[in-house]
Design a protein around this ligand. Structure first.
Ligand SMILES: Cc1cc2nc3c(=O)[nH]c(=O)nc-3n(C[C@H](O)[C@H](O)[C@H](O)COP(=O)(O)OP(=O)(O)OC[C@H]3O[C@@H](n4cnc5c(N)ncnc54)[C@H](O)[C@@H]3O)c2cc1C
Length: 461
């Protein structure tokens, strides 16, 4: 394995950032402003070339904003940092070394002085028959694009097919998990389908079924019980079939089986039933908590599981970390952008302090509540104890997130998308070909059988 080892004693301290999401991007940006190149080298490693502003994924899936505007290009946003397109597959903090698997080519090692471990979380899935083949999550921009094309494509299938079973299955849209991601995605996609149906005289809106399956007896816990109940009434009033205290038991070949005994076919199954810390953490020597999070002190320094003392040069925050919530003793900070972005700021300040010879400070933030968009002109919010519903909540949702998405450039683009969608109505056309771009070309291109000796890369560069 080639090594990227260099003379660490001569060079400025290297700060390696694993993951350029909410924590990684904001921390790297702030560090690069606080420490110039003579003070620190900041290396940001992520397999994707952009930060994804996840709270905008439902709006991107709905076509209210362009998917490109819901992401922030790393090379443009982090001009003073070194960007490495790859995945960290291993962290050996004992040797202060990460193993990087670039997006192409062999893996290699890189040494560091400080590491920010911020690979976030992945969908928390269960061993449910058929889920691996049929389900889709909503954590990435690719999933948002796919979901939009897939759902709009189902309308085309339903409108064209003479088969009644296929038509029904195409018009059943199942969402599992009633948190932020699931509710916002379901509400936005229901809005899109309602808009699109105006152009499908073959389809009766009564044939379309949006089904929410939630294991607990409430939805949207992020906005509290009262606003959660309001949201449930709102969605039920729009015709969403809410199955609370219900589990998905199976979805083999698209046949959905629920724990309440109901069974039906559905071509769309969106899984948004929570998250768990990145599985990459299992390939590190970092101290992990009971659910696989990196154990942290309030200073966002990685903490020894036995002594509780800070590990030199190791830092973490966001969805992958368990950070004590100092405003609620005994609890951890929830996995949310609200905490991730604020933790990133404190984390960056603390590293800068340590590099410059100072002492780190504690992270303390009382969760202020949440705002959720429920489709155009509809929303719900519970912020600083104030409960807001409907249009004002939707406006709050939009103002809040546009103020939060990094860079002026992105803010302007997002607002421009909203204005265009307001003036001309959003596009409701499926671009399903995106997912099979070479199909037509390969169909018309004859295959050529190469002589055996030419097959093994003979004559290549
Ligand atoms: C649909 C949706 C809606 C949401 N809405 C809200 C909301 O309204 N309000 C709110 O507060 N929160 C919301 N959240 C939650 C919020 O987005 C997350 O809590 C936040 O993104 C966590 O930040 P993070 O930096 O820990 O992880 P992320 O932002 O997920 O970033 C992790 C990064 O690490 C990279 N990575 C992963 N593995 C590796 C590896 N091995 N090596 C290198 N890089 C790696 C990933 O590519 C990614 O770029 C929402 C989440 C979703 C999915």
């Amino acid at each position: 394995m080639p090594s990227a080892r260099d003379n660490r004693a001569v060079n400025p301290p290297r700060i390696v950032v694993v993951g350029a999401g909410h924590v990684g991007l904001y921390a790297a940006l702030r560090l690069s402003k606080k420490l110039n190149r003579n003070r620190a080298e900041i290396v940001v490693i992520d397999p994707v070339p952009h930060m994804t502003y996840q709270p905008f994924l439902p709006e991107a899936a709905a076509g209210n904003i362009s998917p490109r505007h819901a992401v922030v290009p790393l090379r443009r946003a982090l001009k003073k940092c070194r960007i490495v397109s790859g995945e960290v597959t291993r962290v050996e903090h004992a040797r202060k070394t990460v193993v990087i698997q670039p997006i192409d080519g062999p893996s290699y090692e890189m040494e560091y002085d400080h590491i920010i471990v911020a690979p976030g979380s992945v969908s928390r899935t269960l061993p449910i028959p058929g889920l691996k083949d049929r389900g889709i999550g909503l954590k990435t921009i690719g999933e948002a694009i796919y979901l939009r094309n897939h759902i709009l494509d189902r309308l085309d299938v339903a409108a064209a097919t003479p088969d009644e079973e296929v038509r029904k299955a195409s018009l059943n849209f199942v969402f599992v998990g009633g948190g932020f991601a699931g509710i916002e995605a379901l509400a936005e996609m229901q809005d899109v389908v309602a808009d699109a149906l105006k152009y499908y005289p073959e389809l009766d809106p009564k044939e379309v079924h949006f089904i929410l399956v939630e294991a607990s007896n409430r939805i949207l816990p992020e906005v509290g019980p009262e606003m959660g109940a309001y949201t449930a009434r709102q969605l039920a009033g729009r015709g969403v079939d809410l199955r609370l205290s219900t589990f998905l038991q199976s979805c083999v070949d698209g046949r959905v089986v629920l724990s309440d005994g109901d069974t039906f076919r559905a071509e769309t199954l969106v899984w948004t039933a929570g998250v768990k810390p990145s599985p990459m953490l299992a390939n590190t020597d970092l101290p992990l908590g009971p659910k696989g999070h990196v154990n942290c002190l309030p200073t966002l320094q990685v903490a020894d599981n036995e002594t509780g003392e800070a590990w030199d040069g190791a830092w973490s925050a966001g969805d992958c970390a368990q950070v004590p919530d100092l405003t609620n003793p005994g609890a951890w900070c929830s996995p949310s952008a609200q905490h991730a972005v604020r933790q990133a700021k404190v984390l960056a300040d603390n590293i800068a302090q340590v590099v410059l010879g100072g002492a780190p400070k504690d992270y303390r933030h009382k969760h202020v509540g949440g705002v959720a968009g429920l489709g155009i002109n509809k929303g719900v919010a519970h912020v600083y104890g104030v409960k807001v519903k409907g249009y004002p909540a939707w406006l709050m949702h939009r103002f809040y997130h546009v103020s939060r998405i990094p860079s002026f450039n992105r803010k302007v683009r997002v607002v421009a998308d909203w204005v265009l969608a307001f003036m001309f109505k959003r596009e409701t056309v499926a671009l399903g070909q995106l997912h099979h771009p070479r199909e037509e070309f390969t169909e018309v291109t004859p295959a050529v059988d190469l002589p055996a000796e030419k097959k093994v890369g003979a004559g290549s560069r």
